[in-house]
Design a protein around this ligand. Structure first.
Ligand SMILES: Cc1cc2nc3c(=O)[nH]c(=O)nc-3n(C[C@H](O)[C@H](O)[C@H](O)COP(=O)(O)OP(=O)(O)OC[C@H]3O[C@@H](n4cnc5c(N)ncnc54)[C@H](O)[C@@H]3O)c2cc1C
Ligand SMILES: Cc1cc2nc3c(=O)[nH]c(=O)nc-3n(C[C@H](O)[C@H](O)[C@H](O)COP(=O)(O)O)c2cc1C
Ligand code: SF4
Length: 652
C-alpha cells in the first residue's frame, strides 16, 4: 500500500505516511513532561506511526498556555525530560517531532477553565485587543513591537532547546487561532503597523519566527500547521494558498492542514479541530488539496480520517501526502501495526466522541479514552493484565460494553468466562445509542467487541435471560452482573397514561406509530438525540427539561450539532419547566409561574436510568459471589462501563 511507503520531509525519511499530530494530553505538571507521558508516547511510537509530533511545546509559560498544564519549552530546566521524550520516541522506531506554540488570546480562558487560571493570573496577549468570540474569554492586551521581537526570540530559543533535546523535526503551530494564527488572520489582527494590514504584513510575524527558528535548526526540517479555512472575515482560500507559498519559500518542509478555533464556536461552517462523532470521513481533504495546489512540499491532513482504504485512496489520488492520525492512536496505539499486518478488524475504534480525550483536557483533567483505560497509565503496574493464579468459572450477565470488556479482560487473564445475554445479539444499549443521527460510529464498537470475543473464543449464549435459579444451577465461582440500568419513571401525575412511552422502547422500535405530535420529557443526551431522530421522521417534537439547559454534560461539539438539528426541524425546547400533569391528550406545564397545556399524540419519558441491584441482591442472599459493573452498578456512559469492567477484570 502507498500508505506504508516512505516519504521524505526535508532530509528526514518517514517510514510510512502516518504521523501522530500534536495532542495536548494534560499529563504535564508545571510545564514538565512527566514519566507517564514517556510511557504513553513509547506505546504510540512502538505502534508503528512514522513520526510522533508530541503535544504543543509552549514558548512562553504560563502566559502562552493553551491549557492549564501544557508542556513548556521556554527554559533549560525542562530539557532533561524533553530529552527523555525525544529519546523514547526514537528508540521505539518513530521520528520525534515537536510543535512550538503560544496560546495568544486563547490563553485568556480555554473552555471550562476559570478566567486567568491557565496564565496563572497574567494578562493574555494578542496582535490586537480582540477577544475570542466565545463568551468568557478575557480580552487580550495588544503586543508592543518590542514584545513581538522578544517573542520571536523566544521561539528561536525554544527551537534551539528542542534540537538539543533530540527532536528531529520541529514545527510551528499556526493553526487553531493561537498567537501565530491570530497574527495571520484579519479576523484577529487589525494592527496598522508592519505586523498588520496586508497579507504580507500579517505573515511577517510567522516568517520572522521561521527565519529565527531556522538559525537554530541546521539540517533539521521545519514543518508548520495551519488552518485550511477560516470563517467569513478571515483568510480566504486564495490567501491560504498564498500563506502556504510564502512559508514554503521560507524553508518549511511540510504543511499540516487543520481547522477550528479550539473551543467550538456557534458557526455551522467551521469544522472543529477535533471534529465530533458523525463528521464525514475526510472533511478536510478539499482544504488539503487547496494548499497542495500551491506548494511542492508534502501536505499532511487528518481530522476524522479513519478508514485505511480511504487513506490509501487520497494518497494515491495525490490529494495529500501524509495522514495525521490523532484520536485513533489514543484509542489504539497499535493502529498502524495492526493495519499494516492485515488486522484492521482488531483495531479498537475511535468514534470521535471526544468524551475521554478533549472533554477531559479542556476541563483541566488528564486525557483518557472511553475505550482505552490505559491511556496515560501505560506503565502503571497495577493496570497491566497478569495471568491469574486461580482460574475461576465466571458468569457474566449482559453483553453490553461493560459485560464484554470484562469478559475480554478476565478471559485474557486465564479465567473461564461465559456470557449470557437475554437478547439475540451483543451490544446492549449501544444498539440504541447508534440509532440517532450521526451516531453510526457507535456500531464500530459493537463490531470490535464481536471480533475480539470471537478471537478469544469466549462463550456467549444469546436469548438467555439470567435468573437466580439458572445462575445457581450453572454453579459459577463468581457472577458479574452487567445488566445495564433501568428507566427512571418520574413521579408525575398521569405518568401511567396510555399515551406515555419509554425512550428506549421508542428507539428499539425505531419510531412511534400513529404519532404526529410528541412531547419528550427529559432533555439529557438521550432526550435531545431522540428528539432530532423523531423530528427527522416528520414528528412535531417538544422537549421539556426541568434544568436550565439541555444536553447534560455532552461533549460541546457533539451537542452543538444536535442543537442545530433541533433548530432545523423546529423542535421546541422548553427548559426550567415544571411538569404538572400528563393526561390522555398531552401535558400541562408551568414556566415562569405561567401554565400552558401542550397537546400531543404521545409523551416519551427520557428521564434517565437508575442502577438495578435486584439480581445482585438476590444472588448475594443465596451466598453467590457477585460483582456489579457498568450502568447496573452506577449509571453513566460507555467510559464508565468500559473502565469499571476493565478494573474488575484485572483483579477478579
Ligand atoms: C440513545 C442513547 C444514546 C447514547 N449515547 C451514548 C454516547 O454517545 N456515549 C456514551 O458513552 N454512552 C451513550 N449512551 C449510554 C450507553 O449506551 C450506556 O451507558 C452503556 O451501553 C452501558 O453499558 P452496560 O454494559 O453497563 O449496559 P447495557 O449496554 O445496557 O447492557 C446491558 C445488557 O444486559 C442485558 N441483560 C439485562 N438483564 C439481563 C438478564 N437478566 N440476563 C441476560 N442479559 C441481561 C441487556 O439485554 C443488555 O444487552 C447512550 C444511550 C442511549 C440510550
Ligand atoms: C485532546 C486533544 C488535544 C489536542 N491538542 C492539540 C494541540 O495541542 N495542537 C494541535 O495542533 N492539535 C491538537 N489537537 C488536534 C489533533 O492534532 C488533531 O488535529 C485532531 O484530533 C483531529 O484529528 P483526528 O480526527 O485524527 O483526531 C488535539 C486533539 C485532541 C483530541
Ligand atoms: S475518547 Fe472518544 S474521541 Fe477520544 S480517543 Fe477515545 S474514542 Fe476517540
Amino acid at each position: 500500500m502507498e500508505l506504508f511507503s516512505p516519504i521524505k520531509i526535508g532530509n528526514v525519511e518517514l517510514k510510512n505516511r502516518i504521523v501522530m499530530p500534536s495532542i495536548t494530553n494534560g499529563f504535564a505538571k508545571d510545564g514538565f513532561v512527566m514519566e507517564n507521558a514517556l510511557a504513553y508516547y513509547r506505546a504510540r511510537a512502538r505502534g508503528g506511526a512514522a513520526m510522533i509530533c508530541v503535544e504543543d511545546g509552549i514558548v512562553e509559560f504560563p502566559r502562552g498556555n493553551n491549557v492549564i498544564d501544557p508542556v513548556s519549552v521556554d527554559h533549560d530546566k525542562y530539557l532533561p525530560m524533553l530529552e527523555k521524550l525525544a529519546t523514547v520516541i526514537k528508540q521505539n522506531g518513530a521520528v520525534p517531532a515537536i510543535q512550538l506554540s503560544h496560546g495568544g488570546r486563547r490563553a485568556g480562558a480555554p473552555p471550562n477553565s476559570e478566567g486567568l487560571t491557565p496564565t496563572r493570573g497574567l494578562m493574555p496577549i494578542a496582535p490586537s485587543m480582540i477577544g475570542h468570540p466565545r463568551p468568557g474569554f478575557i480580552v487580550p492586551r495588544e503586543l508592543e513591537i518590542f514584545e513581538i521581537e522578544e517573542l520571536i526570540e523566544k521561539f528561536g530559543q525554544a527551537a534551539k532547546r528542542c534540537v538539543e533535546a533530540g527532536f528531529e523535526v520541529i514545527g510551528l503551530h499556526c493553526a487553531h487561532m493561537y498567537l501565530c494564527g491570530e497574527f495571520l488572520s484579519p479576523w484577529a489582527n487589525t494592527r496598522t503597523d508592519k505586523y498588520g494590514g496586508s497579507l504580507e504584513n500579517r505573515a511577517r510575524f510567522i516568517l520572522e519566527i521561521l527565519a529565527r527558528m531556522k538559525k537554530e535548526l541546521g539540517s533539521i526540517p521545519l514543518i508548520m500547521r495551519m488552518n485550511g479555512s477560516e470563517p467569513a472575515g478571515g483568510n480566504s482560500l486564495e490567501e491560504i494558498r498564498e500563506i502556504a507559498r510564502m512559508v514554503e519559500a521560507a524553508g518549511v518542509k511540510a504543511i499540516s492542514v487543520s481547522t477550528g478555533f479550539g473551543p467550538v464556536l456557534k458557526m455551522r461552517d467551521v469544522v472543529s479541530t477535533q471534529a465530533p462523532i458523525g463528521t464525514p470521513e475526510g472533511v478536510l481533504v478539499p482544504l488539503a488539496e487547496n494548499i497542495k495546489s500551491a506548494v511542492s512540499i508534502p501536505v499532511m491532513v487528518g481530522n476524522v480520517i479513519r478508514e485505511p482504504e480511504y487513506m490509501e485512496k487520497i494518497i494515491r489520488e495525490g490529494r495529500c501526502d501524509i495522514i495525521t492520525l490523532g484520536r485513533p492512536l489514543i484509542t489504539d496505539p497499535e493502529w498502524v501495526n495492526k493495519v499494516k499486518t492485515g488486522f484492521y478488524k482488531d483495531v479498537r475504534p475511535c468514534i470521535s466522541c471526544c468524551v475521554g480525550c478533549q472533554g477531559n483536557v479542556m476541563n483541566g483533567r488528564p486525557m483518557t479514552c472511553i475505550l482505552n483505560p490505559l491511556v496515560g497509565k501505560e506503565s502503571d503496574p497495577l493496570l497491566q493484565p497478569t495471568k491469574t493464579e486461580i482460574a475461576k468459572k465466571i458468569l457474566v450477565v449482559g453483553a453490553g460494553p461493560a459485560g464484554l470488556e470484562f469478559a475480554l479482560t478476565a478471559s485474557s487473564r486465564g479465567h473461564d468466562v461465559t456470557v449470557w445475554e437475554k437478547e439475540s445479539a451483543i451490544g446492549g444499549t449501544l444498539t440504541l445509542a447508534e440509532i440517532p443521527p450521526r451516531k453510526e460510529a457507535i456500531h464500530k464498537i459493537i463490531r470490535y467487541f464481536e471480533n475480539r470475543m470471537q478471537a478469544l473464543n469466549i462463550k456467549i449464549e444469546f436469548d438467555k435471560e439470567a435468573s437466580v435459579e439458572n445462575i445457581s444451577a450453572f454453579k459459577p465461582d463468581a457472577v458479574v452482573v452487567a445488566t445495564g440500568g433501568k428507566a427512571y419513571v418520574p413521579p408525575i401525575k398521569g405518568v401511567d397514561s396510555k399515551i406515555v412511552h419509554m425512550s428506549h422502547d421508542v428507539l428499539r422500535k425505531q419510531g412511534i406509530e400513529d404519532t404526529k405530535v410528541a412531547i419528550i420529557i427529559g432533555g439529557g443526551q438521550v432526550g435531545i438525540e431522540l428528539a432530532e431522530y423523531l423530528a427527522e421522521k416528520g414528528i412535531k417534537i417538544t422537549v421539556l427539561e426541568v434544568l436550565d439547559d439541555v444536553g447534560g454534560d455532552m461533549y460541546i461539539a457533539t451537542k452543538q450539532l444536535v442543537l442545530y438539528g433541533l433548530e432545523d426541524h423546529d423542535v421546541r425546547v422548553i427548559t426550567s419547566v415544571l411538569i404538572k400533569e400528563i393526561d390522555e391528550n398531552g401535558v400541562r406545564i408551568e414556566r415562569n409561574s405561567e401554565e400552558e397545556y401542550l397537546s400531543a399524540d404521545a409523551v416519551i419519558l427520557s428521564a434517565g436510568l437508575r442502577p438495578q441491584h435486584e439480581l445482585s441482591e438476590s444472588l448475594i442472599s443465596k451466598g453467590i459471589k457477585v460483582y456489579s459493573i457498568g450502568d447496573s452498578s452506577e449509571t453513566g456512559d460507555i467510559l464508565k462501563a468500559v473502565h469499571s469492567a476493565y478494573g474488575l477484570g484485572l483483579v477478579i
